[in-house]
Design a protein around this ligand. Structure first.
Ligand code: CDP
Ligand code: MG
Length: 743
């Protein structure tokens, strides 16, 4: 295609999209909306999902010349949404993605300094504030999908309230803040921002018939059960209902891929190495949709199916509000969602499958009524609805670990992390746990001040344990080992584990081979081997296929590694970057570095093959069968682990054996600091005098402990005798008085 033909193609594309966008509900209200933004510093915009908020409003504001001082930053809780929406808007405007319209998500920045409309994940916006607290590069910040109440969005809501009210850093507050949300909780948001106006875009929806299909009940939590039922239901809809596309709500990537396989093969499990996507089966086009999906596949979701073919999108909750797919008339709802929750019995955040809330179920059903009347098939029964599903979804900030967020807040100078303006306060104990962890990682000191190490840690878009490990490795000059490991742990699913038994065996053998020939005596080292072997191979994708490894995941790990390396390189340029030396083997080096980040996840072998965690919870855990250490438990004593899987038992995955000496000095840190002290460092009212008092108290306590037992006894006896003497003197005086009275 010649250049001019190409540009004509783009122009036509833009024209069609422009035509389409005129039919969106938001179009009627664009002038009023622009006026409202001009007039207000804070504005809430709500409207049905699909009314055009995310794609249209930034364009209106741009065209109305409202971003003269800087661009428009629009946050999304999910990376797929940020990417696909940016693609769409660049097409609508007829510009190249990454120029006027761009996106920025973790480990992938597709924007330049000329980018005016920038879609970004809320995590990236948080990093932006960290680099520049008054957000000078933006005229307008739009917090989109606020009803999702993601952890980072909640923190941004508070931060923007704080910066705006203070007009911080001497900047005159020209920055405008727009919060967009589906129709939930608008009053609460408005009162949070001093009763700012709420702009409601009247929706256009059609009735949706909701039906309980009674295929699963409260006890059916096993994925093999609900995946199968969802597939059956979808096939049922396909055979019995008139035209219209199907949207299936499932839990996560692996379940979605399983369901797509089943749908394709109608209950015969396929060989996983086939690329299952994008194949039409008897008039059914099966399309998976999940957060970590590769960009080229995302685009197909929005394209209409060919004539006579029905589209069936199998998606995570992402399709509930973040992305609107046109043409959907049927919903198949599993009633479940994968959610990160803090598990207090294990003391860790765990990704688990839980029932959705009733309000979420209504939102899912509503997706069927966008273009005409629709139907929603709930695979669960009424009992499930009544007993398992809460009314509303609890915001993430109230159910997950706050460690990274609290460090970010501290680095931004928010000392009082307990009375920070949260839309919904997290429980104080969660904040205290986060502070405790940061203290354990040496990211903050006893006074709650960020340390030099903490300032290095906040630069990495990784959880604190990985960051701590990485920095330690860099200090020892061996980041080449840790960078790939950190990258591999940041992407999803490296190993293909097929369900079918022969395939499963073959995969296991292949994985063991890699482990054996690399001498991989632990799972972290195995990840490093996969990374290095794949990188060194002439044809990495076929190497992955041969070894039952997800090439896509490894490919993104390559890119993550490069980016982490860049951050580290920049930090190492600093004069005061710490340096230490180490003598020992590569494997030992890796294991010792890991201890610095994972001493919170230490376990010691107890009875038989089970281990006992050392974090104060003393939970009993088992090594997961997928670990390369499975079966060798009896030869192990101390281990660290990356994550936990809770079924009827608690399993640890990605495991590494360590020596007690390496964690001996670190373990006391798990119990050292007390909650009272922490809750006070979390509040602003702590004065230096109070702090000095604690220091004194602490010193006195230590002194007392150090004193000899005998000395204590002696002191006690002295005390006792002095009390006896005083008592005697008192009695004597009393006696005298009585005698005087008598005479
Ligand atoms: O934000 P809101 O839910 O109000 O709507 P939107 O995301 O701006 O979507 C407006 C329209 O654009 C919908 O009809 C979507 O289907 C369409 N869209 C699309 O076709 N492709 C995308 N990548 C994003 C949106
Ligand atoms: Mg939207």
């Amino acid at each position: 295609m010649s250049q001019s033909e190409k540009s004509r193609g783009t122009e036509e594309y833009a024209k069609t999209h422009m035509e389409e966008s005129r039919h969106l509900p938001i179009y009627q209200h664009r002038d009023e909306l622009i006026q409202a933004v001009r007039k207000n510093t804070f504005l809430i915009v709500t409207g049905e999902t699909g009314s055009g908020k995310t794609t249209q409003l930034p364009q209106y504001l741009y065209k109305a010349d409202l971003c003269r001082h800087g661009g428009i930053g629009i946050t999304q809780p999910r990376r797929v949404a940020a990417i696909t929406v940016a693609q769409r808007v660049s097409q609508e405007m007829g510009v190249r993605l990454g120029k006027e319209v761009g996106y920025q998500v973790r480990f992938d920045d597709c924007s330049t300094k000329d980018t005016v409309i920038k879609y970004m994940t809320d995590g990236c916006m948080l990093r932006e504030i960290l680099a520049d607290p008054s957000l000078t590069q933006f005229s307008i910040v739009i917090l989109d999908e606020a009803h999702e109440r993601s952890l980072n969005t909640d923190v941004l809501l508070g931060l923007l309230k704080k910066t705006q009210s203070k007009g911080s850093h001497g900047r005159k507050t020209t920055l405008k803040v727009i919060v967009m949300s589906a129709t939930l909780e608008t009053e609460k948001l408005s009162s949070f921002y001093g009763n700012c106006p709420v702009f409601t875009i009247p929706g256009r929806t059609y009735p949706v018939k909701e039906k309980f299909c009674n295929l699963i009940g409260p006890k059916d939590k096993d994925s093999s059960v609900y995946v199968k039922e969802v597939v059956k239901m979808a096939l049922d809809v396909h055979t019995n209902e008139v035209t219209g596309d199907i949207l299936v709500f499932l839990t996560g990537q692996s379940e979605i891929e399983k369901a797509c396989d089943l749908l394709f093969n109608k209950a015969e499990v396929l060989d996983y190495r086939y690329d299952v996507h994008d194949r039409a089966v008897e008039g059914l086009l099966i399309l998976p949709l999940y957060g970590s999906m590769p960009t080229d596949q995302q685009r197909q979701i929005f394209q209409p199916a060919p004539k006579g073919v029905r589209k069936c999108v199998v998606a995570t909750n992402i399709a509930a509000t973040s992305l609107t797919i046109n043409g959907i008339r049927y919903i198949v709802d599993s009633g479940l969602v994968k959610q990160l929750n803090h598990n207090s019995s294990v003391g860790l955040d765990i990704l688990e499958v839980v029932p959705i809330s009733k309000s979420e179920a209504k939102q899912r059903a509503g997706r069927a009524g966008r273009t005409s009347a629709g139907k929603c098939f709930r695979i669960y029964n009424k009992e499930f609805w009544e007993t398992c599903m809460p009314e509303y979804t609890i915001p993430e900030i109230q159910r997950t670990s706050l460690t990274s967020v609290i460090l970010t807040l501290k680095c931004l100078g928010v000392h009082d992390v307990i009375r920070f303006p949260y839309l919904d306060c997290p429980e104080e104990r969660f904040i205290l746990t986060a502070l405790k962890q940061l203290y354990q990682y040496d990211a903050i000191d006893r006074r709650g001040e960020v340390t030099k190490l903490g300032r290095l840690m906040v630069e990495f878009p990784l959880p604190p344990n990985l960051t701590r490990t990485l920095i330690k490795a860099a200090t020892l000059g061996c980041e080449d080992i840790m960078l790939p490991v950190a990258a591999m742990l940041s992407v999803e699913n490296i190993f293909i584990r097929p369900g079918k038994s022969e395939a499963q065996k073959e995969a296991e053998i292949r994985h063991k081979e890699i482990a054996a020939c690399a001498g991989s005596s632990n799972d972290f080292l195995l990840l490093l081997s996969v990374f290095e072997k794949c990188k060194a191979s002439d044809n990495p994708s076929s190497w992955c296929k041969d070894h039952w490894i997800h090439w896509r995941a490894v490919k993104s790990a390559f890119s993550v590694e490069t980016q982490l390396r860049e951050i580290l390189y920049r930090l190492k340029q600093q004069k005061d970057f710490p340096h230490e030396t180490f003598v020992g083997s590569r494997s030992e080096l890796l294991r010792q570095c890991l201890c610095l980040g994972y001493f919170t996840n230490v376990a010691r072998r107890s009875v038989g093959k089970s281990f006992c965690t050392m974090d104060g919870h003393g939970s009993t855990v088992l090594i997961h069968p997928a670990s390369c250490l499975f079966g060798q438990e009896l030869q192990l004593d101390w281990i660290i682990f990356h994550d936990v899987l809770v079924t009827s038992r608690v399993y640890v995955r990605t495991v590494c054996p360590i020596r007690y000496e390496w964690v001996k000095d670190l373990l006391p840190k798990l119990h050292e600091i007390d909650v009272y002290e922490l809750s006070s460092v979390a509040r602003e009212e702590v004065t230096d005098a109070e702090m000095a008092q604690w220091d004194k108290k602490e010193a006195a306590k230590r002194q007392a402990e150090a004193a000899e037992d005998t000395a204590k006894k002696l002191e006690k006896r002295n005390n006792e005798s002095s009390i006896t003497e005083a008592r005697a003197r008192y009695l004597e005086r009393k006696q005298n008085r009585l005698q005087r009275k008598d005479t």
